[in-house]
Each structure stands twice: as C-alpha cells, then as structure tokens.
Design a binder for this molecule. Structure first.
Ligand code: ADP
Ligand code: MG
Length: 493
C-alpha cells in the first residue's frame, strides 16, 4: 500500500539518520585522535620513568658489590630490599640473561629463566637519548618498561642487577584515562551537541519543508485539487514542489476540460433531441391533419402538406448524416487517406452537384484557378465534403444574381483555396460562433434558410485532420470569404 502515513516515527526521519551519522563520525574521529595521541603519551611515560629510575639500578648494583660472591647473602639482601620497597622486583642476571636471583614481596614467579640481554646492555651503556628501551621481564609475558638495570661492579664474572617497578612512577593506564578519558567523553558530548544542533537546523529547514509538502500531498489525495506547495527554493525539494504544483495544475485543467466536455456533451444531447423533435413534430402534425381530414383536403393543400413532409424528412436525413459525421470525427474514427489530386478539378466536380440551384438563382460562378494546376496531397473524399459544405453555404446565403468566386493560389508549399460570395455576410460578433455545432446566425433563422448548423463544424474538423484550418472573413452585407490551405503533392520520393 502506498499509504502516506501522517506520522513518520522519529527514528525513521532524515534528521535522526543524519544526526546519528554525525555522532558516529565525531566519535570515531575522537577515538582515532586519542589513539593517535596515546602512542606519544606512552612513549613519554616510558621515557620519564626510565630516566627517573635509571639511578636506582646503579645504587642497587653498588650495594650488591660486596655480597655478590655469596649467593645466600645476595638473596637475603634482595629479599629485604623487596620487602622494604613494596612493588619492586629484583633480579640478578648473568651475561647470557640467565636469572640467577629473584626477589619479590608480592607473589610472583619467574616465567622465563633466560631473557635477551641485548636491550638491557643497551640501556646500561646508552644515554638518555636512547630511551625508552623495552626489555623482557623474566616474570612477565609482556614487554615492560618500568625497570632499571646496572652492572654490578667488581664481580668476577659480569653480573647485572635489574629492578622492575610494579606501579612505579605514573601508572600509564591510569594516566591514559586521566588524560584521555575526559577527552573521549568530551568528544562524545561534543559530537552529540553538534549532532543535536545540526539535527535542529536540518529539522527547522529540511524536515519541516518535507513535512509541509507531505501534508499538501495528503490534502491533494483526499480530493482537494487546489493545494499548492509554496516552496520556490532552487534545491531538490523546490524541484519536487514545482513538479507537484505542475501536476496539480494539469489535473485541475484535465478535470475542468472533462467537466466542460461532459457539459457540452449533455448540451449536445439536448440540442440534438430538440433539432430532431422539430421536424418530427411538423411531420406528425401534417400527417395527423391528413388522416383526420382526408375528405376535406383539396389537391393543392394535400400537395403542400406532402411537400412539407418531404422537406422535413430531407432535413432529418441531413441532420442524421451530419450528426453521424460529427460523431465519427469526435471519436477519432475518421481516418484520412491522403492521395494526390487536383483541387480545381474536385471543385468543378462538386460544383456540378449544385448546377440546378445555380441556374435557378442565376448565380455567376467566377473561377480563378492556379494555372497549370498542381496536385495537392489530401483525402479527396473528405475535401469534397468540405467543398460541398462551403459551396452550399455560399449558394444558400447569396441572393439571386449574385456572384461566387472560387480561387486557388500558391502560398509557399501550400495551395490556398478561397471561396467568396456576394451574400448577406456574417455580423462581426457572430464570426467566432459560426464554427460551433448547431450555430446558425440570427439572420439565417430570419431568412428561413435551411440547414443544420453542423456544416462548418464538420469542415473545421476535417481540415483539422489535414493539419489545416478554415478561416473566415466577412462583414454584414458584404459577403463572406472562407479559405483553407492544403499541401502540394511533393511527388513520389
Ligand atoms: N457564405 C456565408 N454567408 C453568410 N453566412 C454564412 C455563410 N456560411 C456560413 N454562414 C453562417 O454560418 C452559420 C453556420 O454555417 P453551417 O455550419 O454551414 O450551418 P448551416 O449551413 O447548416 O446553417 C450559418 O447558419 C450562417 O449563419
Ligand atoms: Mg452549411
């Protein structure tokens, strides 16, 4: 379900995620810094301790000088020193690093009877510059550094006194926490503070904007089509807001269009019913009179009634034909099959259908065709429909002895077709309506000119399918001019 929940749990918010990342980042940073620094600290402690305790080894060695030949005396001296100085462990080593004596007041035993003498000799002979030096401690598995050593003077063989100091000097672990524990805690607190401040800033800016946008989207979802996210910033969120607003606009427009279509559809149904009703009523009236008064009706009256019925049936048939054309045009079922043909020829052909009326009304037809004719590319069946409508209008609305001028003219890649008449013309304020379905001008009604008001609608739609438009130019009393363009046939490629 793509349900936009109204409440996002705190741990899922962007603010929280970003803050968490910051805390982790700063903590790692702090720990890394501390560890980096700790190396140096341990070095310093080693150095200080070795310098501080260097002399202790020498003192012990000197004290041992008279005793060293007597192992028992040596051992008891060492034991007493160990007893006296709690935390000291004392060793006597030979030149190979063998542990000859060991004294300790705390429980401790020698784990390595032999150790590497190299660093110890280095310590004894070297200067403070070489410190700190790590040595193996016989009682420990680790390298330790809190120690001191010296050669016992005047021994028959080289002997070395070594002291290790348990907890001697600074306790390095303790100093580490003393110094860095606080720093670490400060680092973590600092990172929390930074994260909180950043989080607050992000929340104030970003999350609040996101929440505001989300609430608008929710309102849109619940059917409010006019919500807009008022965020015109230039970042990603601004872009999202702009896209959303655009979508809202489009949906709004679509709905309005649909509404309009729906309304015009019902209007069309009402108009069509009315348009069909009128001739049917006339037919029905006449037939009823004829049935009721069969005996009384004389020849001419009967004739008149039959003619009326005939006319109305004709009108109905035209109306139904035009409605059918409009419906296939509107539902996109009319397909254009373009082919090359001569527009002037098609015009002549169509004109021939009106020979009778033209002669009756003594109309003059002037032709002003492009010579030599050049073929256009269009659907001749549909264009004939357009020509028929335009010709029928021109003939209908031109009084007897008027003139209708037909012309074709080159206009770039197109052939321009124009039909003008010397008829009643169309009032300026009605020009924009004449292409509407069922629209017939006030004068047309007055003059009782027959028609459905669908002709120009059909023409406009057919030309639309040819990417062309029908234009009109007219003034009341000065006739009307209709024109459209069709592309020349470019010849087989
Ligand atoms: N040549 C013309 N001269 C004057 N008025 C015209 C002309 N052609 C169209 N009209 C006006 O436009 C209206 C719509 O034309 P049309 O759609 O062909 O319907 P109809 O011919 O059935 O009346 C006409 O009723 C008329 O008022
Ligand atoms: Mg017409």
């Amino acid at each position: 379900m793509n349900n936009v929940s109204s409440h996002v749990s705190f741990f899922r918010t962007l603010t929280f995620k970003l803050s968490a990342v910051l805390v982790i980042f700063f903590s790692i940073n702090g720990i890394a810094l501390v560890l980096w620094d700790q190396r140096d600290l341990l070095r310093d402690i080693k150095l200080d301790t070795q310098i501080a305790f260097a002399d202790e080894g020498i003192t012990l060695a000197n004290e041992l000088t008279p005793l060293i030949q007597d192992p028992e005396a040596t051992q008891s001296f060492l034991d007493s020193v160990a007893y006296y100085y709690q935390g000291m462990e004392l060793f006597i080593l030979d030149v190979s690093g063998n542990v000859l004596h060991h004294a300790s007041d705390i429980p401790s035993q020698v784990k390595r009877p032999q150790i590497d003498m190299e660093p110890i000799l280095h310590f004894i002979r070297g200067s403070e510059m070489d410190y700190p030096i790590d040595v193996e401690i016989p009682t420990s598995d680790d390298l330790e550094f809190v120690f001191s050593a010296a050669e016992i003077p005047e021994a028959t063989e080289p002997r070395y006194a070594m002291i290790t100091f348990l907890g001697g000097g600074d306790d390095p672990v303790l100093s580490f926490w003393d110094k860095y524990g606080a720093l670490l805690i400060r680092t973590i607190l600092f990172s929390l503070a930074i994260a909180a401040i950043t989080g607050a800033i992000i929340w104030a800016g970003f999350t609040r904007r996101v929440n505001r946008a989300a609430s608008k989207v929710r309102r849109f979802k619940t059917g409010n089509n006019h919500v807009k996210i008022d965020d015109d910033s230039r970042d990603e969120l601004g872009a999202v807001a702009a896209a959303f607003n655009d979508m809202v606009d489009r949906v709004d427009r679509m709905l309005k269009e649909l509404e309009l279509k729906e309304r015009s559809r019902s209007e069309l149904v009402a108009t069509v019913s009315h348009e069909l009703q009128t001739p049917l009523t006339v037919i029905q009236g006449n037939i009823e009179t004829m049935l009721l008064h069969q005996q009384e009706i004389d020849g001419p009256t009967m004739d008149h009634k039959l003619r009326t019925i005939h006319d109305q049936i004709n009108h109905l048939s035209n109306l139904i034909g035009d409605l059918f054309t409009i419906s296939i045009l509107d539902t996109g079922q009319m397909h254009i099959k373009p082919e090359p043909f001569l527009l002037s020829e098609l015009t002549e052909d169509t004109l021939a259908e009106f020979d009778h009326v033209i002669t009756d009304k003594k109309l003059t037809i002037k032709r002003n065709f492009l010579r030599p004719p050049e073929p256009v590319l269009a659907d001749p069946i549909r264009i004939r429909q357009v020509l028929r409508n335009l010709l029928s209008n021109a003939i209908k609305f031109t009084p007897p002895e008027g003139t209708i001028t037909l012309s074709t003219q080159r206009s770039g890649d197109n052939l321009d077709f124009t039909i003008s008449d010397t008829g009643s013309g169309i009032p300026q304020d009605e020009l924009k309506h004449i292409f509407d379905s069922f629209y017939r001008s006030r004068d047309t009604h007055k003059q009782k000119v027959k028609g459905t008001g669908l002709g120009l609608t059909i023409c406009q739609k057919i030309l639309g399918l040819h990417q062309s438009i029908l234009t009109v130019d007219s003034k009341t009393g000065e006739g009307a001019t209709f024109s459209f363009k069709l592309p020349f046939f470019a010849g087989p490629e």
